[in-house]
Design a protein around this ligand. Sequence first.
Ligand SMILES: Nc1ncnc2c1ncn2[C@@H]1O[C@H](COP(=O)(O)OP(=O)(O)OP(=O)(O)O)[C@@H](O)[C@H]1O
Length: 418
Amino acid sequence: MNALYQNPHEARLLFGRGFRAGMDRREQKKLAAKNEKETRDEIRKKDGLEEKPEEAAAQKIKEEAADSYDTFDMRVDRHWTEKKLEEMTERDWRIFREDFNISYKGSKIPRPMRSWAESKLTLELLKAVERAGYKTPSPIQMAAIPLGLQQRDVIGVAETGSGKTAAFVLPMLTYITRLPPMSEENEAEGPYAVVMAPTRELAQQIEDETVKFAHYLGIKVVSIVGGQSIEEQGFKIRQGCEVVIATPGRLIDCLERRYAVLNQCNYVVLDEADRMIDMGFEPQVMGVLDAMPSSNLKPENEDEELDEKKIYRTTYMFSATMPPAVERLARKYLRNPVVVTIGTAGKATDLITQHVIMMKESEKMYRLHKLLDELGDKTAIVFINTKKSADGLSKALDKGGLSCDNFAWWEVTGAEGN
Ligand SMILES: Nc1ncnc2c1ncn2[C@@H]1O[C@H](COP(=O)(O)OP(=O)(O)OP(=O)(O)O)[C@@H](O)[C@H]1O
């Protein structure tokens, strides 16, 4: 067999560099010329022949032609960052989604937004975003804001600290600005939007983030969490507020005691839904959702177009995992939702390094002590599977001179109740 065929030249694929089928033709031609020269040299060496001048000249021409090969015919496009919105192709959007690790599940999904300027947020809100110092939207904001602005139901899976809050707050405020301002006539009918979160601390964080934007629009935010007077909270709601941020237990209490109603609430956000379920709040969450009017539910038929001018019940749900109880909730209360995942669902966050240390049971206490000692004046959380072991461990650590708070009582509110 001819030696040329024994040593075939491999195509080098360069996907993602803007070449059709990932091929850089110039690079290929140069490699082919080099390959041919080496093979001919080898054959001549074997046969004891010298290279003829005309062969050398022909080879030189091939190499020069390869070197100056104009790749413009192979280069299909510029990168999406160099393009205007209207120039974006399907392929650009795919690369854009890959660049930001955005994936979707669902039908009729609107394009993500590449920048704040390209979003359909009102000028007032864009100013508020600028004042907050948010230069570019985070990936969950790029994906979820256009969905919220179309009143689509959303299930968001994103890491903590990824900017989830603004991803639901900005469309929520946009929705509110479309409604009549709160006045004596309608304030007794309750808020326009409700956000539920599993803990007081999270509710507080969401309130801070919401107020950051809401106060420029004159939108009032009230938080309804445990540890404060329920009468006072009820009074604040009745005085008129557009947004309520609440923990589910306290909110259902407020509703059952008639301190608050949700007669005009059509926008609801469940933040950290899996944690709310884990903490045993499923009945309370469902109770709140059932207290909202059902007259604005979206059509069941997912092919039916939504009327942009109409008000629909919009449900946003964020959850790091989708256990059966969360799926049940989603199936019952969300209509034709779009699932947005940033990064890999269920993957540990990139911000945390995990170490697994294998050891004998008898060494555990010593190693834990050593690890905690090495922290110096930093603090740590130790997770443990039962209340009893937490009690024993905290006592042992206390004895060993480490100041230790035992939060095991917290588990009593958990679904398992152990
Ligand atoms: N586009 C943005 N640019 C700059 N900072 C941002 C942007 N979006 C959010 N942030 C800030 O990033 C921080 C985390 O955002 P946020 O609280 O929304 O995260 P999260 O995903 O809700 O996390 P958690 O689960 O802890 O509540 C906040 O301090 C927020 O102000």
